[in-house]
Structures are given as C-alpha cells and as structure tokens.
Design a protein around this ligand. Structure first.
Ligand SMILES: Cc1ncc(COP(=O)(O)O)c(C=O)c1O
Length: 386
C-alpha cells in the first residue's frame, strides 16, 4: 500500500500514502461506486451555500482574524451551550481551524514535547497516528473490541505512564460507529484527572448519532478545564471540501493550540466561516432531518450487506458500517477491497489500516452510507453479485 518515498523522513515513511486516496482513485479508474472515503454525494443546505456566495460578494476574501471571525466563534459558543449546556467564551475559548485535521495536528504539535506519549483507542482515525508521528510523539493504543467495541479500563490504565501527555478520544468513532457511553467516558475522565492528563476529543460526527446521544467529555465533572474539544462543519453540514473546523477549550489550552496552528495555515476559508456561522445558528431542523434520512440509509445498506453474507457490526453513530468478512472469505481485507471493484463494482476500506495490530483488524471492512438512495440501491444490487 505505501512504498518508500525518497527524501521523506523516516517518521513519516509509514504514512506516505493514504488508503482513502488509493481507494478513491480505484473507484474512478474502475467506475465503481465509492463507499470508501468519508464524503457524502449530496451537498449541505442551500442556505449555507448562499451565505458563502454572499460573503464572497460582500468582500470577505482577505485573511480573517487568527482565531476565526467573531460571528463564527459566537455561533460555535452558542452551539455548545444549546446542545450540551457548556459555557464557552467565544473570545478566548474558541479557535477556528482548517478542518478538524488541522486542529488535531495543532493539538499534538502545540501541547506535546518530543518523546511524549499519546494514548488513543484502536482502531483509530489514520490522521491520529500520522500527526502523532509529525509531532515526534509515541502512540500507545487501547483496543476497542467486539461485541460493542468496548475497552478494558485496566488496559487504559496500563497505557498511561509518566511520559503520557494526552488521551485522544474520538466519539462518535470512525471507523466503528461506536458512540462512547457515559460509563466509558467517566472511566476516561477518571484516568485523566488522576494522572493530570489533557483529553483531546474529536467530535466531528457529533450530530450523526442514531440510538445513543453524543456526550462531550468536557461535560463531565472536572473535565472542561482539561479537555480540548474538536469539531468541524465537514460531516455535520456535508461540506467536507470547505475545511472549517474548530477547537473549544480553556483560554490557556486554546492559546497553546493556536500558537502551533498559526504556523500551519495561519488562517483559512474566510467566506466559508461566515457561511458556517449561519449554518450553526439556523440549521437545527436540517440536522434533525439529515440524521433521520441517514439512519434509513444505514439500515438499508446494513440489510444489503447482511443479505450478501457479511456479518454487519452495529453502528450507533457516524456514516460508516463495519462488516466482518470472515464468513465470506479468509482473504486479507486489503486484498479483498482491492479486488472488490473487479468483482462487483464497489469500493470499501479495509479496516486493517486503522490498526497497529493487524491481527485484530484482519477481518474487517468499512462501508460509507451517506450516499443518494439510488446509489445505495445500486450498491446493494452489486453486493448481491458477490
Ligand atoms: C474522526 C475524524 N476526524 C477528523 C476528520 C477530518 O475532519 P475535517 O475534514 O474537518 O478535517 C475525519 C474525516 O474523515 C474523521 O473521520
């Protein structure tokens, strides 16, 4: 999958190629339906698009302020209050970033010393390992295991030592669709408080939850002052190409993240910031309806995968379904996914890429269901060919 890239430093060699680009290119080359990379095939609300056009026409085209425009920071603070009861000061406690990806990188670069350790749950979103390597930190993984993608609290405790700087928590979780429940979050909070750790939470799928509510770790006792909450407009509003993300935390933590962020992009997406401010202020109804529609799509694709012989593991959040392919084949999931376009004109992601432990991930394949109904219907017809 990734080959040696001359000139690239040794820390980053392992991360030279991303599976998402590889699989998306394969989808284009073979004319396959792309259920791999995590982007929807329908844009978000017109109201937000029109706001972006208006912002361009109104001349919001130069560098915005380093921490983001005031309108967006206020909308983010109001969103945190409305949905979670969190009091966030829009002046000192919010930072707008170039997507959640930059926020993750800036947290690791700004908050960690070289040689520090970072704890993350496995499987993990691939950028975590790459950004941890960029920052010269070492990752420690705590396995999430089926059924339920639960973790052993003793394993979490064991992963922490005197070099540990922070715990990275992704809920709702990519790739598994797990939504961490209150008891799990309490045990993470307990470890953070006892070992004086920072929690960095990636909540980009916060609005894509079905059966279980999303609970921000920052709402737990004693956690607001040690949690950096990351989110983004990408998945919430289906504008993944706009790269508007944000960070909420204490003034001190935000200042540290901002110090790193200003040398990554400095600022980004001025007109899109205005548009996402409108989205956050005005799109509660859109979000409720979008989740209802996504849930239907989840159930439809799950049924099609089941009928094709896959063992579908439950998804409570995000727009991903994970399947166990071992009942169908003993192929490695990467080989299985490489062959899938030829076999039936579909593209999916081998979940082994989200693991250090290749044994644990060796039967798993991830499918993305935020696609038009007719696309999913055709995908299910193609699945039946397997
Ligand atoms: C868990 C997770 N975090 C972050 C991102 C990236 O978010 P953004 O597009 O806002 O950088 C993704 C995108 O797939 C994701 O799945």
């Amino acid at each position: 999958m990734s080959s040696h890239v001359p000139y690239l430093n040794s820390r980053m060699q392992k991360f030279a190629g991303t599976i998402f680009a590889e699989m998306s290119a394969l989808a284009v080359a073979t004319g396959s339906i792309n259920l791999g990379q995590g982007f929807p095939d329908v844009d978000g609300p017109d109201l937000i698009k029109r706001a972006a056009l208006r912002a361009i026409e109104n001349g919001h085209n130069q560098y915005p302020p380093g921490n983001g425009i005031a309108e967006l920071r206020s909308a983010i603070a109001a969103h945190q209050k409305r949905y979670y009861g969190l009091d966030v000061d829009s002046v000192n406690e919010v930072l707008v970033t170039a997507g959640a990806t930059e926020a993750i990188a800036a947290c690791l670069l700004g908050l960690c010393e070289i040689g520090d350790e970072v704890v993350m749950f496995e499987p993990y979103y691939d950028a975590y390992a790459a950004c941890a390597a960029l920052a010269g930190t070492r990752r420690r993984v705590v396995p999430l295991t089926v059924p339920g993608w639960t973790f052993d609290t003793a394993a979490l405790e064991d992963a922490v030592n005197d070099r540990t700087r922070l715990i990275l928590v992704n809920t709702p979780h990519n790739p598994t669709g797990k939504v961490f429940n209150l008891a799990e979050l309490e045990s993470i909070a307990d470890v953070c408080r006892r070992h004086d750790l920072i929690a960095v939470t990636d909540e980009v799928y916060e609005h894509l939850v079905y059966e279980s509510p999303h609970i921000p770790l920052a709402t737990l006792p004693g956690m607001a002052e040690r949690t950096v909450t990351i989110s983004s407009a990408a998945k919430t509003f289906s504008f993944t190409g706009w790269k508007i993300g944000w960070v909420c935390s204490t003034p001190e933590l935000v200042a540290a993240v901002r110090a790193a962020k200003q040398y990554l992009t400095y600022v980004n997406g001025a007109p899109f910031q205005y548009a996402i401010a409108d989205g956050l202020n005005e799109c509660d109804e859109y979000l409720a309806e979008a989740v209802r529609a996504l849930q239907e799509k989840r159930d439809f694709l799950a049924e099609g995968l089941n009928a094709a012989g896959f063992n579908v593991l439950g998804t409570q959040g995000t727009f991903f379904l994970t399947t166990d392919i071992s009942a169908l084949t003993d192929e490695d999931p990467y080989d299985f996914c490489r062959a899938l376009p030829q076999r039936c004109g579909l593209v999916a992601i081998p979940s082994s890429v989200f693991y250090d432990d290749k044994i644990a991930g060796r039967h798993l394949v991830r499918w993305m269901f935020s696609k038009k109904r007719e696309v999913l219907e055709e995908a299910v017809v193609r699945l039946a060919r397997l």
